[in-house]
Design a protein around this ligand. Structure first.
Ligand code: PAF
Length: 280
């Protein structure tokens, strides 16, 4: 498996690939799990060449402790990827290499998609995500780029970014992969105790019940019901529950049969922040 540390090495290699050669990009921050490998597998099925980037992007962390605690499992990540295919190209640069020694996020106007939910609770997070994703797309120039629906807000913002910046790439959203108990796969799950990891499946089961209730009740009722469920949980602290239109991500006012909605949730479990969402 080829591992590239610099932008030049990677783009030189890409320029040697045949002209008619679909290129897929899977951006990651490492600490790979089955959620990531499902993206990589889909990218392999749909493209001749696949680049996986492994880069913990400092500008998308508003919390220094979160960045410091982000797991570094590079060797295990390489082993996992090579067990899928030896042909995957890995891009694993330093922050100085990516940011040309000026580690700073660009400022975007994502037209409100970035000010709700994750954006409201994580300062500048989506400017950081936009900066790195735009840089990777311009460097790799993939035909398709793959992102998980667990970060659904991120996915919609990246769709907006490529439209705004006229980047010719197809953004592919991939379904959330879950642990057997229903908890959405996340690198952060490793930081939970065994008991709490089991207990955290409550998040998904509450979303499933919320989906069922949304069939007959209005959004405020469902939101209050979810809040009540979490009030009764000692180890799980609800940060937000929102029901929004899938395209604008603005909170639902009145149900409209023609629109599609999604419920979004963020919960702290012993200091570990977990997010999830469900189509309603
Ligand atoms: O979803 C992630 O892991 C990150 O936000 C991404 C898209 C790799 C950008 O750093």
């Amino acid at each position: 498996m080829l591992v590239f540390k610099t932008k030049k090495e990677l783009s030189d290699h890409i320029s040697t690939l045949p002209k008619i050669n679909n290129l897929g990009l899977v951006p990651t921050m490492g600490a790979l799990h089955t959620g990531h490998t499902s993206l990589v597998q889909k990218a392999i099925n749909e493209n001749q060449t696949v680049v996986v980037s492994i880069f913990v992007n400092p500008t998308q962390f508003d919390n220094k402790e979160d960045l410091a605690k982000y797991p570094d499992t590079f060797d295990a990540d390489l082993n996992l990827l090579s067990s899928i295919s030896e042909d995957i190209l890995i891009f694993s640069p330093s922050a100085d290499e990516v940011y040309n020694h000026e580690i700073k996020a660009k400022k975007y106007n994502f037209e409100g998609l970035d000010t709700v939910m994750e954006g409201a609770f994580r300062d500048d997070h989506f400017n950081g995500v936009g900066t790195i994703v735009e840089a990777l797309l311009l460097l790799v120039k993939p035909d398709r780029a793959y992102f998980g629906e667990k970060d659904f807000q991120q996915l919609q913002i990246i769709r907006k970014l490529v439209k705004q910046q006229n980047i010719p790439v197809e953004i592919i959203g991939c379904p959330i992969v879950r642990e057997t108990n229903g908890l959405a796969m996340s690198s952060r799950n490793e930081r939970l105790s065994k008991q709490l990891r089991q207990k955290a499946s409550f998040i998904y089961h509450t979303l499933l019940s919320a989906k069922e209730k949304f069939g007959t009740e209005n959004a405020n009722y469902v939101i209050d019901w979810v809040k009540e469920q979490f009030n009764e949980q000692e180890d799980l602290e609800l940060e937000y529950i929102e029901i929004t239109d899938v395209d604008t991500l603005s909170p639902i006012t009145r149900k409209n049969e023609k629109l599609k909605y999604r419920a979004f949730i963020a919960v702290y479990a012993d200091g570990v922040r977990l997010i999830d969402n469900i189509a309603l």
